[in-house]
Write a protein that binds this ligand. Structure first.
Ligand SMILES: Cc1cc2nc3c(=O)[nH]c(=O)nc-3n(C[C@H](O)[C@H](O)[C@H](O)COP(=O)(O)OP(=O)(O)OC[C@H]3O[C@@H](n4cnc5c(N)ncnc54)[C@H](O)[C@@H]3O)c2cc1C
Length: 366
């Protein structure tokens, strides 16, 4: 069978599912996608996320492999958006880190952690320390109380919802069949009817992958016409570290909590107070902002917070998961690696990057 005739089922239409569907259909495969939610009311981590593409900021708390996957993916996003042909908000103007004077020791710790990246990143990608004047030049509307900051060049961000819509539209144009409100139960699903079944159900795959866990994250979307910040800002704080990601039309996403819990019920009052108070200290104009919505979802994570591709039954069933808080940051790399396995080596560079691949080529899917 030639790769172009492959008949593939994708379980889950969150970030991974939608991206894979487009890439596989674009390569000539026949693709069907199944998701438990309706197309109008997505219930994915991807729909709630801030979609920052921040390999350097994340490097202080994650493995080198994620940072490398992140930089690879940053380059790939612009190619993917070209393929989609839609006006999806994407920018790569870097991001800023700031802190209040009393949190200088936390900032020093952050700087020390950042230094470790100089062992493996080129100079042009390294963090730059900024004095107040440089800060004000980059973001003239930032509160003047910050005496210094750190600039992380190259970092980017996307509008997650525009991206999800554009992926769906492109997938439909390419002939992908979407089955909404279809809750997959693997015991009932006709796996043998397909050449490959790819499980992208995020935390929804937990009953078949007990080692998965959810990490609750909450964000608030606000409309703040008085605030004119142009790039993502992170506030270092020992208790309430937050980020503010500006989207189009004066919309800002403020996030995100990180709670070891699989509870995806609405945001708590405590979290709302913490996120909004911290945002107000970055720009007083947030006081008059309008709260558009708050959201909570669980990030699908393995114990080591790293992604994994599990190959079962000689590639008949494939489970891709564990993107944790790095889904948008690394999804293009994870998808390219999977395409190399399923089709041919279309993006050989990604094979040099570290992604755990478990070959479980026996009959058992737990
Ligand atoms: C608050 C928050 C902020 C985040 N911010 C960022 C960020 O700034 N940058 C970044 O890179 N990442 C961020 N992330 C992480 C990112 O959203 C996830 O890593 C990513 O969405 C995981 O993609 P996924 O496709 O594996 O899962 P999801 O996006 O969760 O998609 C899973 C899909 O499977 C479907 N499904 C589940 N069970 C079933 C079933 N039984 N049958 C059929 N369908 C099913 C669901 O409906 C859903 O559509 C954030 C996450 C959260 C929660």
């Amino acid at each position: 069978m030639t790769p172009s005739r492959k008949n593939i089922a994708i379980l889950g239409a969150g970030l991974l599912g939608r991206l894979l569907a487009v890439e596989l259909a674009n390569a000539g495969c026949q693709v069907s996608v199944y998701d438990k939610s309706s197309s109008q009311n997505p219930q994915s981590a991807a729909f709630v996320a801030a979609a920052m593409l921040a390999p350097l900021a994340e490097s202080v708390s994650t493995e080198e492999s994620i940072v490398r996957l992140g930089y690879y993916s940053l380059d790939r996003w612009s190619q993917i958006l070209n393929l989609l042909g839609e006006d999806v908000f994407f920018q790569q103007k870097g991001s800023l880190i700031v802190w209040h004077h009393q949190d200088t020791s936390s900032a020093q710790h952050f700087k020390n952690q950042l230094k470790k990246t100089s062992e493996y990143l080129p100079l042009s990608r390294l963090a730059q320390n900024l004095k107040k004047d440089d800060l004000m030049q980059l973001e003239p509307h930032l509160s003047r109380q910050f005496e210094e900051g750190i600039f992380l060049p190259d970092e980017g961000q996307l509008d997650n919802r525009e991206l999800l819509d554009a992926l769906l539209k492109k997938g439909t144009q390419l002939g992908v069949q979407y089955q909404w409100q279809f809750t997959v139960d693997l015991d009932q699903f006709p796996i043998d009817n397909f050449d490959h079944v790819i499980d992208c159900r995020g935390l929804g795959a937990k009953s078949n992958a007990p080692e998965l866990r959810g990490v609750r994250g909450e964000v608030i979307r606000i409309y703040a016409p008085e605030v004119k910040l142009t790039r993502p800002i992170r506030l270092i704080h020992p208790k309430y570290p937050i980020y503010i990601a500006p989207k189009r039309n004066h919309v800002y996403v403020i996030g995100a909590t990180e709670i070891e819990s699989e509870d995806d019920s609405p945001m708590s009052v405590r979290s709302a107070l913490e996120l909004l108070s911290a945002a107000y200290t970055i720009h007083s104009g947030f006081a008059e902002a309008r709260i558009l919505e708050s959201g909570a979802q669980c990030r699908p994570s393995f114990k080591n917070n790293l992604p994994k591709i599990q190959l079962h039954k000689d590639l008949r069933f494939i489970h891709v998961n564990g993107l944790y808080r790095h889904g948008f940051l690394i999804a293009p790399a994870v998808v390219d690696r999977l395409l190399n396995i399923l089709l041919e080596d279309r993006n050989p560079l990604v094979n040099e990057l570290e992604i755990e691949i478990q070959d479980l080529s026996y009959d058992h899917i737990c």
